[in-house]
Design a protein. Structure first.
Length: 363
């Protein structure tokens, strides 16, 4: 019930914020691409609903039908384009390796020798192989008459690099924001994932940096050591604790990394529209202070006059204020409230992160 009330409140807030967000874009439009969206759009991308034309790619037939049905009744249904196409770097026929859990399926074969792919892992096995026709993202957007994409999110089990390459140099260098899943269990330059020949984070980073992007954020996912495909075995049989108990640390596995266009280049080029788009993209990820800073720099460079800059900065403040809770305020009352929460261990400000305490936003 509480979750429903929170969701209802958030929907109401998002609806009331649409005019504010549109003001940031000054009436211009944006295009987003979500590749590997079998479970629907992630919550943070919901901030772009009604603002961004979003193309969601899902080749798995059942997942595609579910996505299509879920968005058919959306208030902004016309802005969601569900595409039942498998993407690759160059297009053509490829083998799709269908894992027992469909969300783990990949264009890359499973590496049976990997320590993370035991023969009795029911997340992976049995694996079915099927031939599919793939297309490059550049080809699909050309056919749809979409000249450029502004934001893209990829979760495709190792194919992130080649799909970005398949977007083409021109469109990739027009991107404002990229979120991609990267495997980091073997480090930055090595990929220890269960997928053969999957690229490393270093390869993706090298390409995006060359395109003029910079790293904004990294969100790490961890995994407990499994035995016989059972990720709960050591927790249950050896240490007698509940699943994901904070008393046991978990191995780093993968990360969602977020890159954004380098603001310095946009300011240097005097590109007002791209600056507006970047400000909106940053706010969607709650980087409100980064968006505000960007507008300050654009105003200092004379790209926006004082009135235009003030209008966008006020919109950023209103967007942030609508999404924060009252106890985030700086008054003496709320400072004391946070001290009490921290002392009792109920505060998000001080978090247990694997093997030590961190002050938010660290960890």
């Amino acid at each position: 019930m509480i979750r429903r009330l929170i969701r209802k409140r958030r929907k109401k807030i998002e609806t009331s914020l649409l005019p504010v967000k549109r003001l940031i874009l000054d009436g211009e439009s944006m295009v987003g691409v979500d590749v590997g969206s079998a479970e629907g759009m992630q919550p943070h991308w919901q901030a772009y609903e009604g603002l961004v034309d979003i193309y969601l790619f899902e080749p798995h037939k059942e997942s595609f039908e579910k996505l299509k049905a879920s968005f058919s009744t959306h208030p902004h249904a016309e802005m969601f384009h569900i595409v039942p196409i498998g993407l690759s770097g160059t297009g053509g026929e490829r083998t799709l390796y269908m894992l027992n859990c469909p969300t783990g399926s990949s264009l890359y074969p499973v590496n049976g020798a990997s320590e993370f792919a035991s023969a009795d892992d029911d997340y992976i096995y049995p694996v079915r192989e099927t031939k599919i026709q793939t297309r490059s993202l550049q080809e699909v957007l050309d056919e749809a008459g979409v000249k450029s994409a502004d934001i893209i999110k990829l979760d495709v089990q190792g194919a992130e690099l080649e799909i970005l390459q398949g977007l083409g140099d021109k469109r990739r260098k027009d991107l404002i924001l990229v979120e991609a899943e990267v495997n980091i269990s073997g480090g930055v330059t090595r990929n220890f994932s269960p997928y053969k020949l999957a690229p490393s984070w270093a390869q993706i980073d090298e390409m995006l940096v060359a395109d003029g992007m910079r790293l904004l954020d990294i969100s790490v996912a961890r995994s407990y050591r499994s035995r016989g495909g059972d990720s709960d075995w050591y927790q249950r049989e050896v240490f007698d604790v509940y699943g994901n108990s904070p008393s046991l640390s978990a191995h780093v596995w993968e990360a969602d990394v977020v890159y954004v266009r380098d603001w310095r280049a946009l300011v240097k080029d005097g590109d007002a529209l791209q600056i507006r788009k970047l400000a909106l993209a940053l706010c969607g990820y709650r980087f409100f202070s980064e968006a505000y800073f960007l507008m300050e720099k654009a105003e200092e460079a004379g790209i926006f006059d004082a009135d235009a800059a003030k209008s966008v900065k006020n919109a950023i403040i209103v967007w942030h204020r609508a999404g924060r809770w009252m106890w985030h305020g700086r008054s003496k009352t709320w400072n004391q409230f946070r001290r009490v929460l921290r002392a009792t261990g109920m505060s998000q400000l001080l978090r247990w992160k694997q093997y030590m305490w961190f002050d938010y936003p660290n960890g």
